[in-house]
Design a protein around this ligand. Structure first.
Ligand code: HEC
Length: 125
C-alpha cells in the first residue's frame, strides 16, 4: 500500500472506494448494511472465529484462509479469490456461487446495498 492509501485507510477510506465513487458506492452506508453480517462475522483483527470467519482484509483474500476457522469443504475447496466482482456474486446468493457452503444467509438483493457493503469491506485493510 502506498502512503496516500495508508493515510486514506487511516480515515476508513480506500482508494478503490474513492475510484468507485462514480458508481455512488458509500462505504459509510455499507457499514450499516454490515449489521446484517455482524451477528456471524467479526472484523476486529484476531477476534473470532465466531459463527463465521473474520472478514478483516477479506477483499483480495483466498477463500477458506482464516487460521483455525473450520470451513465447509465446499468453501475451502472453492479456489475462490474474494475480489470485488466475486464478492458481489457471492453476496447476491451465497448458495449459488458456492453450493454446499455453510453460510446460512439467503443473500442481498439490492445491488446498491451490495456495492456499499463491498466498498465498506474494502476499507478493512
Ligand atoms: C448466519 C451467519 C452468517 C451471516 C448472517 C453471514 N455469514 Fe458470511 N459466513 C458464515 C459462515 C458460517 C461462513 C463459512 C462458510 C463455509 O465455510 O462454508 C461464512 C463465510 C463468508 C465469507 C467467506 C470468507 C472466507 O474466509 O473465505 C464471506 C466473504 C462472507 N461470509 C461474507 C458475509 C457478508 C458480507 C455477510 C453479510 C451480508 C455475511 N457473510 C453474513 C456465516 C454468516
Amino acid at each position: 500500500m502506498n502512503m496516500v492509501a495508508k493515510i486514506l485507510a487511516a480515515f476508513g477510506v480506500s482508494l478503490a472506494a474513492l475510484a468507485g465513487s462514480a458508481q455512488a458506492q458509500d462505504a459509510g452506508q455499507g457499514g450499516r448494511v454490515f449489521a446484517r453480517c455482524a451477528i456471524c462475522h467479526s472484523v476486529t483483527p484476531g477476534k473470532g472465529p465466531t459463527i463465521g470467519p473474520n472478514l478483516k482484509a477479506v477483499v483480495g483474500r483466498k477463500a477458506g484462509a482464516v487460521p483455525k476457522y473450520v470451513y465447509s469443504s465446499a468453501m475451502s475447496q472453492s479456489r475462490i479469490v474474494w475480489d470485488k466482482a466475486v464478492l458481489d456474486r457471492f453476496l447476491t446468493q451465497p448458495s449459488k456461487l458456492v453450493p454446499g457452503n455453510k453460510m446460512a444467509f439467503a443473500g442481498i438483493s439490492s445491488p446498491k446495498d451490495r456495492a456499499d457493503l463491498i466498498a465498506y469491506l474494502d476499507t478493512l485493510k
